[in-house]
Design a protein around this ligand. Structure first.
Ligand SMILES: *Cc1c(COP(=O)(O)O)cnc(C)c1O
Length: 368
């Protein structure tokens, strides 16, 4: 029996740097300072520098990052926030946490990213406070056009970079294009901690200062609540130390993901399986997602041949049962969002995947 090809395997990446990870964690244990300390501020400086942003603020996770960024740009209960409905409900969770209302716009059929014209139509018909643009699957959205559309209207744009650490276009990286960039360091992300973690990048010093208050009860100093709407959402020192160890390797890991993606794009030739084709620096291939009309049968074929697959994401946000009644924020038919939800399949693409596994995925896909 050949072993199954998993969708991801976090052990492999961490094994290549195991000694460094253990040393980083030990350093924190021996120092005895565990939340908001020197590892955290070193990581914030390094990560801001990597992203090409002036500031980075460490947080507990990526969903908090979106919520707290929205609060920092002034989004309040009852406000309308535009986002997409195909990105796993994370931005919706953040929007609902504030008591704001998500307004969903459709995505492009090829890129699966926010369609700029759909956004333009939504802005023309409704009063919108902010836009969350998701760089889904590791692919940079058309964030320059979105910012150009929103800036003159005074509408803040927030990037959801949780799948796109390091993606770049014209020398600018995800998290440096808009008012704020929100990152998750959940273990499976391109830059993953060994637990939860998150961050916000921004070029705006006033927003950065506000974020530092918002992440810790609204304090401007100990026990003085200067800012309403505060949360407790902090990056811990062990995760920050581990992330500091991993950050210098991120570009190489992203390049490895792209090279697997290129192998798939040229190797998978089955006419019923549509692969994404271009993998430039603007795509860090967080997930390799193909389209297939007969998805269930394709996934079954993968499964019986020992290849794991998944769907990211099967239920569009506006169809989630808990919010179905309340979702009157759909500005128009989400035709592509719904079509894609019925056809997408994620196949294995991760750091440490070996040559034979890549070959097997290609051979099994083509043999369907
Ligand atoms: C993972 C993810 C998040 C949320 O991150 P958490 O750290 O799990 O809260 C947000 N947006 C996208 C697109 C993600 O993939």
């Amino acid at each position: 029996m050949v072993p199954r090809v998993p969708l991801n395997d976090l052990v492999r990446q961490n094994l290549t740097i195991r000694d460094d990870l253990v040393a980083s964690a030990s350093r924190v244990i021996d120092r005895g300072w565990f939340v908001l300390g020197s590892e955290g501020s070193q990581f914030e400086t390094a990560f801001a520098g990597y992203c090409g942003a002036a500031h980075a603020i460490g947080l507990a996770n990526g969903t908090d990052a979106i919520e707290i960024a929205l609060r920092a740009v002034g989004v309040k209960a009852g406000d309308a926030v535009v986002t997409v409905a195909n990105a796993g409900f994370y931005s919706s969770t953040a929007i609902h946490a504030i008591g704001a209302l998500p307004v969903y716009v459709d995505v492009d059929a090829t890129t699966h990213l926010m369609e700029v014209e759909a956004l333009r139509r939504a802005l023309a018909t409704q009063s919108i406070s902010a836009v969350v643009v998701t760089h889904l699957y590791g692919r940079l959205a058309d964030v320059e056009a979105i910012v150009a559309l929103c800036d003159p209207k005074g509408i803040a744009v927030i990037e959801d970079c949780a799948q796109a650490h390091g993606a770049q276009r014209n020398g600018r990286r995800a998290g440096s294009f808009a008012k704020a960039g929100c990152f998750s360091f959940y273990p499976t992300k391109n830059l993953g901690a060994l637990g939860d973690g998150g961050a916000i990048t921004t070029n705006d010093a006033a927003i950065a200062a506000d974020l530092r208050e918002l992440r810790q009860y609204g304090w401007d100093r100990k026990y003085r609540v200067n800012r309403a709407g505060g949360r407790n959402s902090r990056l811990d020192e062990i995760q920050a130390a581990l992330l500091l160890t991993k950050l210098p390797r991120l570009d190489a890991w992203n390049e490895e993901r792209r090279s697997i993606a290129r192998r798939y794009a040229s190797g998978i030739t089955h006419p019923a399986i549509q692969c994404p084709r271009d993998f430039g620096l603007d795509d860090v291939v967080h997930l390799f997602v193909v389209r297939c009309k007969d998805r269930d049968r394709f996934r079954q074929h993968l499964d019986v041949n020992g290849i794991a697959s998944d769907i990211h994401y099967p239920i569009p946000d506006h169809r989630q049962p808990a919010y179905a009644e309340r979702t009157n924020g759909v500005s128009e038919m989400l035709t592509e969002t719904e079509r894609l939800a019925g056809e997408i399949v994620t196949i294995p693409c991760f750091n440490g995947m070996d040559e034979r596994e890549i070959e097997r995925v290609i051979a099994v896909a083509n043999s369907w």
